[in-house]
Design a protein. Sequence first.
Length: 196
Amino acid sequence: MTTRIAIFASGSGSNFQALVDACRNELLDATPALLVCDKPGAFVVERATSLDIPYFTFAPKSYSSKQEFEKHILSELKSYEVEFIILAGYMRLIGPTLLDAYKGRIVNIHPSLLPAFPGLDAVGQALSYGVKLTGVTIHFVDEGMDTGPIIAQEAITVDPDETKESLEKKIHKTEHTFYPKTLQQIFANKGEAVIK
């Protein structure tokens, strides 16, 4: 029985694409049941349409509170029988409504070796700090900003002549294989933490 997942994304959706491809190529034993996007005009919605995956878009400002839009999301997740929430460039903190309903079943990917450089522009933060190593972290989601328990990490060397664009490219390349592989381990372990 494959795990039914909802992928949450806010932007172009390259990780969304990689996850769907991994499912369809049988590298990830999961069914992408739904895309959830907080930016109705984002390119990821076009990807979902072309891949024939149902999507739910919403404009947070049209709701009175985070609780209100998360209740709406929750009803969508239930109607698609979603078992795990997979964040892939979703630029919002998850609130108590979803955290309580999916406790231990929300996973995120972040472009740094957490706890270093949480939050926005992790790649820019790493470059301005001058680190020689950065990487990718996959972690369970809690109420904080990139503070949940770490599942797995992959290090990436920062070259002396590295630009933001070149480093982002290296990180994306790693994410697109590392995320499906790690999720496969999580699902095989029924959600228990995997230490790489």
